[in-house]
Design a protein around this ligand. Structure first.
Ligand code: CMC
Length: 429
């Protein structure tokens, strides 16, 4: 088939500029503007609303239909039939593992869960009560100082080892961040437990007594990790790619991704949702907060609603809602006032003209915070859990970029500052 093109005519530019148009396996066609700079133009797209910054084969989202596919598999099917580590394998390797590959992979991850003993001393530098996301940014970046034996980004084996180390060590570091912040002793990982159960053990166990992980909660934790595993070119993944495009080591890139995730418009939303639900307090106050969310002069936003890509129900939120009911039934807290407030808020927002018109649906963070709170996870750990779950996505995208031809990421700008002027001596200013 002939290459599709787009014609661009610009006032004052004598010729029409022809641009190639690429067609993906799914999604809208993409106009390739890469050569436009040679014609003397840049494009302008704050927030990258219409800009594809890379080619990728990992995850596809159709925001209008509410579809999320990982390597082609719908998230609903993965949530029902798969598990987090299998999804990690799929995201990184491109195909589901067979039984032997799966068993080897699980075994490999289990045998990388401990962190270098010296890394424990890093935690002492953080004050007790520090936000665990602050600790996580620091200690993940510090990993590059410990595992410099495998930092050659052009060596496929090194990349593989680093990928395994990151996926295996994130729950250990996440739990250590919590233990340090709350003044409790660190718990070493247990290789007889599943990935999610081990995380809960390291979070809630203590050396004084046996801690038995509730299997319903371990399953819910696994699903929470799974639902966060990847989401194509979101702000934190794009940050990982941008940092990686300079040739920076992968631990530094993931630390950059963790920092980008922290903001309340992105992964910090789960913490913000819970704080907001507590602020709302009860069903009778909802109208007041909905009114504020709709007021153009009030910067207040309803946290857990809206998404840059989804203009339909976030498919992850639907699965999360189901998990929420399973966890509440197990813990016998179905009458929890927080859940009641959340359910009523969702109902009101889904019917309200302002939210309907703008296609503002509940997103993944709306329900994840409520579940995590019910499981006894401290609120400041919510984004840390998001970061742990998102690690395979970050590393899969980093790997995809490094394995192929790539350029340093370097956006341009629309300059609005002063034109050239002469330096003025301080006496004349
Ligand atoms: N509450 C009230 N109004 C909202 C909200 C909200 N949560 N989200 C968007 N709007 C309005 C916004 O004021 C604007 O209205 P108008 O057209 O009248 O000016 C319109 O909807 C479009 O909003 P936008 O800010 O242009 O949309 P965006 O794509 O730039 O922002 C978002 C997406 C997720 C940052 C935003 O919806 C938001 O701030 N939501 C709350 C935070 C949140 O839940 N974030 C988690 C995202 S999902 C997990 C993740 O990917 O990390």
């Amino acid at each position: 088939m002939a290459q599709k093109t787009a014609q661009l005519s610009i006032d004052g530019h004598s010729e029409t500029i022809t641009l190639p148009v690429h067609t993906g396996t799914e999604g809208p066609d993409v106009i390739d503007i890469g050569k436009l700079t040679a014609q003397g133009y840049f494009t302008y797209d704050p927030g990258f609303v219409s800009t594809a910054a890379c080619e990728s084969s990992i995850t596809y989202i159709d925001g209008d239909q509410g579809i999320l596919l990982h390597r082609g598999y719908p998230i609903e099917q993965l949530a029902e039939h798969s598990n987090y580590l299998e999804l990690c394998y799929l995201l990184i390797n491109g195909e589901l593992p067979n039984a032997e590959q799966q068993s080897t992979y699980v075994d490999t991850i289990k045998h990388h869960t401990m962190v270098h003993e010296q890394l424990r001393f890093f935690f002492n530098g953080f004050r007790r009560g520090a936000h665990p996301m602050a600790i996580l940014c620091g200690v993940v970046g510090a990993l590059s100082a410990f595992y410099h034996d495998s930092l050659d980004i052009d060596d496929e084996t090194h990349r593989q080892i680093t990928t395994n180390r990151l996926i295996a060590k994130m729950p250990t570091l996440a739990a250590m961040s919590h233990k340090h912040a709350s003044g409790q002793p660190f718990m070493y990982p247990r290789n007889d437990l599943s990935y999610a159960a081990n995380f809960l053990y390291m979070m809630f166990g203590n050396p004084c007594e046996e801690y038995v992980v509730n299997p319903v909660l371990a399953k819910a934790m696994d699903r929470i990790f799974l639902l966060h595993a990847d989401h194509e070119q979101n702000a934190s993944t794009s940050t990982v790619r941008l940092a990686g495009s300079t040739g920076a080591n992968p631990y530094a890139c993931i630390a950059a991704g963790i920092s980008a995730l922290w903001g309340p418009a992105h992964g910090g939303a789960n913490e913000a949702v819970l704080k907001q639900l507590n602020e709302i307090g009860s069903v009778k106050n909802i109208d007041k907060f909905i009114k504020r969310a709709k007021d153009k002069d009030d910067p207040f936003r309803l946290m857990g609603f809206g998404h840059r890509v989804y203009k339909n129900y976030d498919p992850r939120a639907k699965v999360m809602q189901q998990t929420c009911h399973e966890v509440f039934a197990e813990l016998g807290v179905e009458e929890d006032p927080l859940l009641k407030t959340a359910q009523r808020l969702e109902q009101i927002a889904l019917e309200d003209e302002y939210f309907v018109e703008r296609k503002l649906y509940p997103n993944v963070d709306f329900y994840s915070g409520i579940i995590l709170k019910a499981m006894g996870i401290p609120v400041d750990m919510f984004t840390v859990i998001f970061a742990t779950g998102r690690t395979p996505g970050w590393i899969a995208h980093w790997n995809e970029m490094i394995s192929g031809p790539y350029k340093i990421g370097r956006p341009r700008q629309l300059y609005k500052g002063p034109t050239k002027r002469d330096y003025a001596d301080i006496k004349t200013r």
